[in-house]
Design a binder for this molecule. Structure first.
Ligand code: SF4
Length: 326
């Protein structure tokens, strides 16, 4: 299996690659249907206590920081829900300012006000906290492993490898739709490492996967490291779809940062999710995980998807019709 994935990851434009994408697409269709799911993301704080070497909001980066008030977060989530989006994602750096109680309060209020599935992407918390967040109403949680190669993880990430992997397994056992994922193009990473990531996610009950190419960011230790391969990212999408047929897999914003068209190409390689940004404008410019992050606007995205003949969920179409946008 590992050798086959490595072979597929390395494919360049060729009939074999086209066959891989066609197969990934068929597997997506058979297991998840034709719908492209739209998730609305609210980046509510760019404070982070970690110092991942690739990240533009790492603790030692001198960037303007912001935190949204709980009321603002709830309001933004309810606004996103009005657009019919399929999931509200609450994303932040690892920011202890939002205590367990504050997070529980936010989750409960969004659950009642937005009536949408809530996904957390807030870094590492204790198993007890994740349990409480689940009870409060969060149903999905993303904690990308970034790489299952412990040596590379140690070199680029600010946390403990064993704890992170164990937390990811905890999320699965708590009943979350748990999200993993990796970065394509980390220093010293080989196609074998990426194959190991895919096998790890398949074998550990991961049902959401975020895979994106490495994008260098100024004033970080990896600012001169080359951009990750878009081709390999797309191949990794296809391989992940074959390994985990019912996965929820966004075509990531990082891919769209290299080239806008590339993000939509992800749908040809087995992706079935796209994320749109609902962070209030006054904060959005400041949340820079990497440079030149593309603004993925809701209407721009849905119109592009519809233009390309994609099927959107009932709730998104209903909201668009109500606003007479279609
Ligand atoms: S990748 Fe996440 S945990 Fe690491 S510095 Fe950036 S926001 Fe913090």
């Amino acid at each position: 299996m590992r050798e086959e994935i490595i072979y597929l990851l390395k494919l360049k434009d060729s009939p074999d690659r086209k066959a891989l994408f066609d197969l990934a697409n068929a597997v997506r269709r058979d297991n998840m249907g034709e719908t492209i799911f739209i998730k609305g993301i609210i980046e509510f704080s760019n404070y982070c206590k970690r110092d991942c070497t690739y990240c533009g909001i790492r603790a030692s980066c001198k960037v303007k920081r912001y935190r949204m008030e709980p009321d603002e977060i709830v309001e933004a989530a309810i606004d996103a829900a009005k657009h019919g989006i399929d999931t509200v994602i609450l994303q932040s750096g690892e920011d202890p300012f939002y205590t367990t109680d504050i997070m529980i309060d936010i989750i409960k209020r969004i659950k009642i006000g937005a009536k949408k599935p809530i996904s957390l992407s807030i870094g590492e918390r204790t198993p007890e906290e994740f349990k409480l967040f689940k009870e409060a109403g969060a149903s999905k949680c993303l904690l990308k492993q970034e790489t299952v190669n412990p040596r590379i993880f140690k070199a680029v990430h600010g946390s403990d490898y064993e704890i992170r992997i164990s937390l990811l397994k905890t999320l699965v056992s708590l009943g979350y739709i748990a999200g993993g994922g990796d970065i394509i193009g980390l220093p010293d990473q080989t196609p074998g490492d990426i194959a190991d990531d895919i096998i790890f996610m398949r074998d550990n009950g991961i049902k959401m996967v975020g895979i994106g190419p490495f994008i260098p960011t100024k004033n970080t230790p990896l600012e001169n490291h080359p951009v990750g391969s878009a081709d390999m990212t797309l191949n990794a999408y296809a391989c992940t779809r074959l390994a985990i047929p019912n996965v929820l897999m966004p075509t990531t914003t990082a891919l769209g940062t290299i080239d806008e068209g590339l993000q939509y190409k992800g749908f040809e390689a087995g992706c079935n999710v796209i994320m749109v940004n609902f962070t209030p404008d006054k904060y959005r410019q400041v949340y820079r995980i990497y440079d030149n992050k593309r603004k993925v606007e809701f209407y721009e995205t849905v119109h592009e998807l519809l233009k390309r003949g994609k099927k959107l969920s009932f709730s998104v179409m209903k909201a668009l019709k109500e606003e007479e946008m279609v």
